[in-house]
Design a protein around this ligand. Structure first.
Ligand code: PGA
Length: 256
């Protein structure tokens, strides 16, 4: 069975490098068995600091965005090759908080391509703003996948992960959490769309994570009933105790 992926998205937290070191030191102490792959995505500016303390431990580092360009006159941006050179392995692309800043599916597609080209694994986020009874939200997800992941090539095994994050379930202002059953439906839908893009075999093997108020209480449901291949964890990833519980749950999910 493939490893469950537990990825922490720290967003623009914590406020100081010292605190980042403290949280990461807590996460370092978590016992991680070989059924789980753990990724921590801090603000990119903390990467060198945290990289120094990852030696010998089983935690990968990632970032939350990358530039569409390789380099040059792009004030304030960080390129995929810079990220790679600092030892990060993953990049989150298409998070709803970046989409809210105006990143279009087309821009995200460029980011995905440049990240893959530079050898980063992409955690591509999709998710609807609101949920409707008729299932129209599925067409929003389809659009995000078809444009954001257009012509990204094949042989993506180990290079692409999809995180399904309904926007209404994300963050402190979430109006709810998805249910494992409903996540499973969305995840099957994502695989169906992806099979049209990258082929049925590759789509079947593609890891689909759940994100949006994932925590130690609901993790098990998503990983068992929901058959999630992992979780993208925001707030709870800043709390080493709770993040540790989630990792522990993922490491003890019974094989089907
Ligand atoms: P949350 O964030 O777990 O705090 O809801 C998840 C995410 O935005 O990736």
């Amino acid at each position: 069975m493939a490893k469950k992926i537990i990825a922490g998205n720290w967003k623009m937290n914590p406020a100081t490098a010292r605190e980042a070191e403290k949280i990461f030191s807590g996460i370092k102490k978590i016992k991680i068995n070989n059924k789980v792959e753990t990724v921590v995505c801090p603000p990119a500016i903390y990467l060198p600091l945290l990289k120094k303390i990852t030696t010998g431990i089983k935690i990968n580092l990632g970032v939350q965005d990358c530039s569409v360009a390789e380099g040059g006159a792009y004030t304030g941006q960080i390129s995929a090759s810079m990220i790679k050179s600092l030892g990060a392995k993953d990049v989150i692309i298409g998070h709803s908080e970046r989409r809210a800043l105006g990143e279009s599916d087309e821009v995200l597609n460029q980011k995905v391509k440049i990240a893959l080209k530079n050898g980063l694994r992409v955690i591509f986020c999709v998710g609807e703003q609101t949920r409707d009874e008729r299932g129209d939200y599925l067409s929003a997800i389809k659009q995000q996948l078809e444009t954001g992941l257009d012509k990204i090539g094949k042989n993506l095994s180990g290079k692409l992960v999809i995180a399904y994050e309904p926007v209404w379930a994300i963050g402190a202002n979430a109006t709810g959490v998805d249910s494992p059953d409903s996540f499973l439906q969305s995840s099957l839908f994502i695989k169906k769309v992806m099979s049209g893009l990258i082929g049925a075999k590759e789509a079947k093997a593609l890891p689909i994570l759940y994100g949006g108020s994932a925590n130690a209480k609901n993790a098990e449901g998503f990983l068992t009933v929901g058959q999630a291949d992992g979780l993208l964890v925001g707030r709870a990833s800043l709390d080493p105790k709770q993040f540790g519980e989630i990792i522990n749950i993922a490491g003890n999910v019974k094989e089907e």
